[in-house]
Design a protein around this ligand. Structure first.
Ligand code: R5P
Length: 312
């Protein structure tokens, strides 16, 4: 599209926004994103955006509500400053696990968040590995949905691990684990997990042979770390010689890094959709960058080019 390409960022993940901008050979747009003394979020765009094609990079990670508000106010400010188009670049989309009612009298929070982003004035969304792909349909504007699987799989392939079996830690992740397995040419195992209460993971059973193999657990996100730690323990009990983990979004809520540090996991690889927590080194957690992929997607959106090549 015509108009200057400009990138702005809130405070959720400025290093990623800066890396994306560097890949595009531009500077991050100048904006003040802070807080008033009364706790309200304060935003001021400090350069001209009239007629520009603007991308706002903001993961809605912890503190989720604060980061969401920064995103909404940035979009609103850019709209009112006459940007020609505003794309919300949300590498990690928070509230995605609340995408349906699991019992009566609950909200569908992921849908409400989609409505808020649209109402604020976003024309498009660029995101990565939504917890539930159906969330794409919660938006009545175009959504480009990137995947970290190819980058993570290439990383695992380059590690040269032997006799690998890819493991889905729950039934919902089988499709993701299967396409990861196809990319690296490995076997597949599936764990049946249940959640007796929110944020507690219990491993029930496993399908597939892991005896004498190197297990690589593939998941979309790591929140409390319970799923990974429990899955890794179950895999070692069934004879896996080493257990690694890969996930797109490293939320690492609460005691997650301690739980992972104490677990039998050899290494956990995440992407930088969310900034890495402190103490990740002790927990053997490493991040690989999705900035080049986001930069490529942004330039293609800006130039009205197809993004299909990025999904294969
Ligand atoms: C579940 O459906 C997800 O794919 C992850 O397995 C889950 O969110 C991980 O959560 P936690 O780290 O709290 O066990």
């Amino acid at each position: 599209m015509e108009g200057r390409l400009q990138i702005f960022s809130g405070n959720a993940n400025r290093p990623l926004a800066q890396e994306i901008a560097a890949h595009l050979n531009i500077n991050l747009g100048r904006a003040m994103v802070g807080t008033f003394k009364n706790g309200e979020t304060r935003v001021k765009v400090e350069e001209n955006v009239r007629g520009s094609d603007v991308f706002v990079v903001q993961s809605t990670c912890t503190p989720v509500n604060h980061n969401l508000m920064e995103l909404l106010l940035l979009i609103d400010a850019l709209r009112r400053a006459s940007a020609a188009r505003v794309t919300a670049v949300i590498p990690y989309y928070g509230y995605a696990k609340q995408e349906k009612k699991t019992t009566g009298r609950e909200p569908i929070s992921a849908k409400l968040v989609a409505n808020l982003i649209r109402t604020a004035g976003a024309d498009r969304v660029l995101t990565m590995d939504l917890h539930a792909p159906a969330i794409e349909g919660f938006f009545d504007i175009p959504v480009d949905h990137l995947q970290a699987g190819p980058i993570l799989a290439e990383h695992i392939r380059d590690m040269g691990l032997l006799r690998v079996v890819v493991v889905s830690p729950d039934a919902g992740g089988v499709g993701r684990a299967n396409s990861f397995r196809e990319r690296i040419g490995a076997g597949l195992a599936i764990i049946a997990k249940q959640r007796p209460q929110p944020d507690v993971a219990e491993m029930l059973d496993m399908v597939g042979d892991v005896e004498g193999k190197t297990a690589v657990i593939v998941d979309d996100m790591i929140s409390t770390g319970g799923t990974l730690a429990e899955a890794a323990r179950a895999l070692r009990e069934r004879g896996a010689v080493a257990v690694y983990a890969c996930a797109t979004h490293g939320i690492f809520a609460g005691e997650a890094t301690e739980i992972i540090a104490r677990s039998v996991l050899v290494e956990t690889i995440v992407t930088n959709t969310i900034p890495l927590p402190e103490r990740c080194r002790e927990a053997r957690i490493r991040a690989i960058s999705v900035a080049p992929l986001f930069a490529e997607a942004i330039i293609r959106i800006h130039k009205d080019l197809s993004l299909s090549a990025l999904f294969s």
